[in-house]
Ligand binder design. Structure first.
Ligand SMILES: *Cc1c(COP(=O)(O)O)cnc(C)c1O
Length: 391
């Protein structure tokens, strides 16, 4: 059977074309509610919103097409699509904790994840310990009697540090601890944490799933039991599901997901090679670079890496670092990534104007995202940056 084939998932799964004039593209079912002919049908729907179209804060047909595809891509039983990656993260964590619990998280998870851990959860008597996730023993040593959740993000979208998914999942299972992994960097095309025993996997669909820098969305996948429980509680209560129109944009994005990733992968390889050989580059951090300290683990658990990496330039002053970024004609200075357009964020944007320290690598670090442009076009733009940085 082709049921697990990526081509089947992206082109057919979940699409009931005979119900909408055999249209190839699914309709955007922009409705808040659904009607019933029989009292008994309404009664059943009121009793179980998770399997009947009743009200679009719950199930919606366009959103359901999307979530079936996303679950299958992750090799998960079920999935919920959210109106942001941040809301998928908040919901997944919130659904798995209660007052008095303890969480172990990788250090420096996504900024808003960290804010939730630091600012919101302490109000509910939930504590968090951050560990260097590169060594599985650090998780083991941080376990307390009240630890109920381990939170992972591999690779991390800034440090690119990895965690050994299989080893952490095994440790957590022995101790009855739930594992959640932010898989935004790889997307399910390049890494499928559930296959390594991770309980729940989430991603910002704003990145590769949407892929065109025009939608904010998130995905949460897991077992049928866990997802149903979240649907009937946090998801319905907070009302953070994605909208039919954004679901439609993501279905559209999914059609070309593997194609975009393979193009970005090929271009990233060339751009990384160019940067590595450049005299004004001190260091490059990219999981699929042979000199990356966790290269072996990256190769073991990821089938690809692309787009996002960082490099350190040999700028002697803030002005040089700024001139580098301000000289590009094509590469845009902006947050986010995963779209069609190449981007850069300089580390020096996160410090005060008088705080630049040339000794500090972080101040000279550039996080770059390679989009869908031709490699020569990007390399020429980078060359322009290096040429202008000393002027
Ligand atoms: C962007 C991002 C998020 C947040 O997703 P939004 O769609 O912006 O809410 C979470 N984790 C990682 C790793 C991200 O890059």
């Amino acid at each position: 059977m082709d049921a697990n084939h990526v081509s089947y998932i992206l082109n057919e799964l979940g699409e009931e074309r005979e119900n909408y004039f055999n249209a190839i593209a699914p309709p955007i079912i922009q409705t808040s509610n659904f009607s019933f002919k029989k009292v008994n049908d309404l009664r059943k729907a009121l009793g179980d919103e998770s399997s009947t179209f009743l009200y679009s804060r719950g199930l919606n047909p366009t959103v359901r097409i999307l979530s079936q595809k996303l679950a299958a891509l992750d090799g998960a039983e079920d999935c919920l699509a959210f109106n942001s990656g941040a809301s998928a993260i908040f919901t997944a964590i919130f659904a798995n904790i209660k007052s008095g619990d303890h969480i172990i998280s990788v250090e420096k998870p996504y900024s808003w994840t960290q804010k939730m851990f630091n600012d919101i959860l302490p109000r509910f008597n939930v504590t968090v310990t951050y560990v260097d996730g590169r060594d599985v023993d650090n998780f083991k040593n941080a376990i307390q009697p009240n630890t109920t959740l381990i939170y992972l993000e591999t690779p991390n979208s800034w440090s690119f540090y990895l965690q050994d998914l299989k080893a952490v999942a095994q440790l957590a299972k022995e101790k009855n601890i739930i594992t959640i992994c932010d898989n935004s960097y790889c997307s399910p095309i390049y890494q499928r944490p559930i296959e390594y025993g991770i309980d729940m996997v989430l991603q910002s669909a704003t990145k590769y799933i949407g892929g065109h820098s025009d939608v904010i969305a998130g995905v949460l996948c897991g077992s049928k039991i866990m997802i149903q429980k979240i649907f009937n509680s946090e998801y319905m209560n907070m009302g953070t599901g994605t909208t039919p129109f954004n679901a439609w944009l993501m279905i559209r994005g999914l059609r070309t997901l593997p194609l975009r990733l393979s193009q970005i992968t090929a271009t990233t390889e060339k751009v990384v090679k160019f940067l590595k050989a450049h005299e004004k580059v001190e260091e490059i951090v990219f999981p699929f670079d042979e000199d990356f300290p966790q290269y072996a683990l990256a190769k073991k658990q990821m089938s690809g890496a692309c787009g996002l990496f960082s490099f350190t330039i040999k700028s002697k002053s803030l002005k040089e670092a700024e001139s580098f970024c301000e000289s590009f004609r094509h590469i845009l200075m902006a947050v986010s990534w995963g779209g069609h357009e190449s981007l850069i964020i300089p580390g020096c944007a996160s410090i005060g104007e008088n705080e630049f320290d040339a000794e500090n690598k972080d101040h000279r670090r550039m996080r770059m995202y390679v989009g869908l442009e031709e490699p020569e076009y990007l390399i020429k733009d980078l060359e322009r940056g290096f040429e202008r940085m000393n002027h």
